[in-house]
Design a protein around this ligand. Structure first.
Ligand SMILES: Nc1ncnc2c1ncn2[C@@H]1O[C@H](COP(=O)(O)OP(=O)(O)O)[C@@H](O)[C@H]1O
Ligand SMILES: O=P(O)(O)OC[C@H](O)CO
Length: 498
């Protein structure tokens, strides 16, 4: 039987998706399930690792059943995932010993502060490309080992395993046969030397993480293991963290090409080729992908709360019932009347890196209504993106003429137009905004020998280009006000308030 399909598993912060692609790289169908977010304390964010697996497995098998696909027709699986989120489980039983600590979780801020006070920042940046922040996996592993009764002893006895979500999914799909990850996910742990491409002993010792916990690290398009299904063995041949997968999915394979993804957070990545570039403007350096024996690096600006602010309008303060209502509400008023929302709900990521900042609304008057608040919340995604773009242009010395965008929130036309207005550059939306899944499918297709990297650009189709319409003077006035608002949210809580 002819092999026809690639399935990408896209395990995001808010939902698990399975996405079907044909052998031309065209998206045919999606199954999606949201899962529960746990907020046990202010600043803490957890997922249930079992629920992650259950939802991911259900959408995968539902996609196959609903699209009437025979197992033998599936050439390969690709996996892409929310990054940094940390799971520790027992090798013997496969049971997680604690809930997954999500990338947004701030509980390890004081561990990070101690490391900074000990002067470790330079060494960490040099080896990992990262700033010291609770965002990354290392201090989350340390927290689990220190706080779950008996965990340290079990780790010392070699009875525990750590994984980011990709590692957990491969472990489950292969029934515990494979404990692996790829370069991109390893580069988010703060334990991986991105030059030498190996786990770093000095960091492992400093953070008191046992080497035996860590998975084997492989390139992004290679053989990771087999999923046995319906009497067939289906190879898993592509893995990348979701932001790197989106870069690959948008075919940003040349130096200087960049994309911005608007999901729960907002992540801009620029491909810097085989050159590892350290940022001087608050960005991080990360592995973009490893394909065909070559590693590409990227500069990244990570914004922690983007689409999550829109979810907060819906689930937190309940101003809307559905995120799609925001576009029409924002269009109903001419401007926000200088209301600014700074959604620093879990601190601020790039370029500020302030674990102690918290969210605020500025400029309220008696005229302010739901529409202004909704508009100001959407605008905050665009302003945060401008903060990143400015840093990216300074670091790379490249003036971006246009920005490729993707992710759930780019469906919002108001937001895309305002984004172009506030950046003063064109914003290019592709036909398929599921670039993350597309990237994982491309990697899996390359890994199984179905495509070559050069074929990818041919698969790209543009849906709409947004051009800047706002006067320069207004743009700069608004951006200045935004910067002032951000300043006032910084360093808001004390270390012992966490
Ligand atoms: N029309 C819309 N306008 C603004 N935000 C939206 C819209 N549709 C979805 N979103 C936001 O996009 C995010 C979902 O995007 P997605 O790429 O699925 O995220 P993730 O991969 O992080 O789970 C949610 O945070 C949601 O609030
Ligand atoms: O799940 P997303 O799409 O919001 O992505 C989360 C990032 O990978 C966190 O670094």
């Amino acid at each position: 039987m002819a092999v026809k399909y690639i399935i990408a598993l896209d395990q995001g912060t808010t939902s698990s998706r399975a996405v079907l692609f044909n052998d031309k790289g065209e998206l045919l169908a999606i199954e999606q399930q949201e899962f529960k977010q746990y907020f046990p304390k202010p600043g803490w964010v957890e997922h249930d690792a079992q629920e992650i697996w259950d939802t991911q497995y259900e959408v995968l098998t539902a996609l196959i059943a609903n699209q009437k696909i025979k197992p033998a027709e599936i050439a390969a699986l690709g996996i892409t995932n929310q990054r940094e989120t940390t799971i520790v489980w027992e090798k013997a039983t496969g049971k997680p010993i604690h809930k997954a600590i999500v990338w947004q979780d701030k509980r390890t801020s004081s561990i990070c502060n101690d490391l900074k006070n000990k002067g470790m920042e330079g060494m960490v940046r040099e080896k990992t490309g990262l700033v010291i922040d609770s965002y990354f996996s290392a201090t989350k592993i340390q927290w689990i080992l220190d706080n779950v009764p008996g965990a340290r002893d079990k780790a010392d006895a070699g009875e525990l395993l750590f994984g980011t979500v990709d590692t957990w999914l491969v472990w489950k799909l292969t029934k515990g046969k494979q404990h692996v990850t790829d370069y991109t996910n390893a580069s988010r742990t703060m334990l991986y030397d991105i030059r030498q491409l190996e786990w770093d002993t000095e960091l492992i010792d400093m953070l008191r993480v046992n080497k035996s916990l860590l998975p084997e690290v492989k390139p992004s398009a290679t053989h990771f293991g087999m999923w046995e299904f319906g009497g067939e063995e289906i190879p898993i041949t592509g893995i990348a963290g979701d932001q790197q997968a989106a870069l690959f999915g948008q075919a940003c394979c040349e130096v200087g090409m960049a994309k911005n993804t608007y999901g729960t957070g907002c992540f801009m990545l620029m491909n810097t080729g085989d050159k590892l570039q350290m940022s001087e403007n608050g960005l991080i350096t990360t592995i973009a992908y490893g394909v065909d024996g070559k590693v590409h690096y990227a500069l990244e600006g990570s914004v922690f709360v983007a689409g999550a602010a829109v979810q907060w309008l819906r689930d937190g303060i309940k101003l809307i019932k559905d995120t799609s209502e925001t576009e029409a509400l924002a269009e109903e008023v001419k401007d926000t009347e200088d209301v600014f929302v700074v959604p620093a709900f879990v601190g601020l990521g790039a370029p500020y890196w302030d674990m102690y900042a918290r969210g605020a609304i500025f400029g309220l008057t008696r005229d302010t209504d739901t529409r202004h608040l909704v508009k100001a919340t959407l605008d905050s995604l665009a302003y945060q993106t401008r903060d990143i773009l400015e840093a990216m242009q300074k670091d790379s010395k490249i003036d971006l003429k246009s920005l490729k965008v993707d992710g759930g929130a780019v469906a919002n036309n108001y937001l895309m137009q305002f984004q172009s207005d506030i950046l003063g550059v064109e914003v290019v939306r592709p036909e398929v905004i599921e670039s993350t899944a597309q990237g994982a499918a491309y990697l899996a297709g390359i890994g199984v020998g179905m495509w070559k990297q050069e074929d990818l650009t041919k698969l790209q189709k543009i849906n709409r280009v947004f051009k800047p319409m706002l006067e320069e003077k207004t743009r700069e006035r608004l951006y200045k006000k935004w910067q002032e608002a951000v300043k006032r949210t910084m360093n808001w809580i004390e270390e012992d308030e966490l």
